[in-house]
Design a protein around this ligand. Structure first.
Ligand code: HEM
Length: 344
């Protein structure tokens, strides 16, 4: 399959990011029901499913080049968006191996990996990169291995170290997050970094999810979807840059909300790593404007129902309160009251 990249689109400034018709149809719409509540929504990350985004374990789409460029801009402004504690070097090499192997086997026209013992050559055609290096020797790459490979893949990444019956956020490449800070969370454990999330702790969601993850097995990755909403197609909605994007929430009107408000879905996958026993956690984001989403009638209808019944605590935590009434007014036009079936 040939991917038609859109190398010039932007996620800041003039915000020229748009989805093609094909990209709208492959959007991982995250609501199988007319209402939403946190749950342990973890399932095996196998190929195929309700969205083509699941066809390959690491998804590459038309936004690839533009998204890698946006990451480079954010890192240039704030190198602290990448962090790895010193004991994570084995996990870094585990990660580069896993990611290069996935990409080169699923997208051979875009990526190649040649191995001659420890001497590896990586070719990334869309970004025009050819790099030979020695696996396990940091000084043969231009930067640390985890930074090197995550600069070349869409989405954010974390690596969790497993010890003391918990998971610790000990490495990350985080330039496209929904308002959380790697610099603040680095070194925290699973319960600590999830501290601010409302309702889920009391419902036992995190306790059960952690138990499950501690048993994760190599070769059997898992996945879950998470979502929020973002004004403008902006990837860098970090607390560090809040003054740049926070005020945008006050700019929405009935006339512009269809174009400006985006559903932001994260496909989160979890992979046990072979040597370090750590867990690689890619968080791949997908953005679609309300105008784009309502072109699929059942999505417009369902989004209206989900948002109108969303618990207040979740709306507050996700930062939706200020514009929710306008979003509901816009979406109500697309909800004809027809019954919906379960599934996306
Ligand atoms: C939110 C990280 C796995 C459920 C968050 C936040 C972070 C995070 C940083 C934002 C917290 C804040 O407000 O500061 C991670 C990492 C994971 C992981 C690194 C890798 C193990 C999971 C799993 C679940 C989960 C397996 C399954 C239930 C949630 C939920 C939220 C959340 C429900 C609130 C999201 C929202 O309403 O937008 N996570 N998480 N997380 N996480 Fe996780």
């Amino acid at each position: 399959m040939t991917i038609l990249f859109k190398p010039d689109e932007t996620y800041r400034g003039d915000y020229t990011y748009r989805n093609s018709d094909a990209a709208i149809l492959r959007f991982p719409f995250p609501f199988p029901e007319d209402s939403y509540m946190y749950s342990v929504n973890i399932e095996p990350h196998v190929r195929g499913g309700f969205t083509p985004v699941y066809n390959n374990p690491i998804d590459v789409d038309e936004h690839y080049i533009a998204e890698c460029r946006d990451r480079a801009i954010t890192l240039e402004r704030d190198p602290g968006r990448y962090a790895a504690l010193p004991h994570m070097m084995t996990a870094q090499w585990d990660s580069i191996e896993l990611l290069m192997e996935c990409l080169s086997s699923d997208y051979p026209e875009l990526f190649s990996l040649h191995k001659d013992g420890d001497r590896w050559t990586w070719i990334n055609r869309p970004l025009g990169i050819e790099q030979s290096f020695t696996f396990g020797k940091e000084d043969t790459l231009p930067c640390e291995p985890f930074e090197y490979i995550t600069r070349q893949i869409q989405g954010d990444f974390a690596i969790l170290d497993q010890r003391n019956g918990s998971l610790y956020l000990d490495a990350g490449m985080v330039t496209a997050q929904a308002d959380w800070s790697l610099q603040f969370d680095v070194g925290m454990d699973f319960m600590e970094w999830h501290g601010p999330v409302p309702l889920a702790h009391q419902a036992g969601v995190f306790e059960r999810a952690l138990k499950y993850l501690l048993m994760l097995r190599q070769g059997q990755p898992m996945r879950r979807l998470n979502w929020t909403m973002t004004v403008n197609p902006r990837l860098d909605t970090s607390p560090e840059t809040y003054p740049e994007w926070g005020p945008d929430r006050t700019t929405l009107t009935l006339d512009n909300i269809g174009r400006k408000l985006h559903l932001r879905v994260e496909l989160q996958t979890l992979w046990r790593l072979p040597r370090s026993n750590a867990i690689l956690f890619p968080l791949r984001g997908y953005l679609a404007s309300l105008d784009e989403l309502v072109r699929v009638p059942k999505w417009g209808r369902r989004l209206h129902r989900v948002l109108s019944t969303l618990p207040r605590e979740l709306a507050e935590y996700k930062g939706l309160v200020r514009f929710l009434p306008t979003a509901l007014e816009y979406l109500s036009t697309y909800d004809d009251g027809a019954p919906t079936t379960s599934g996306c």
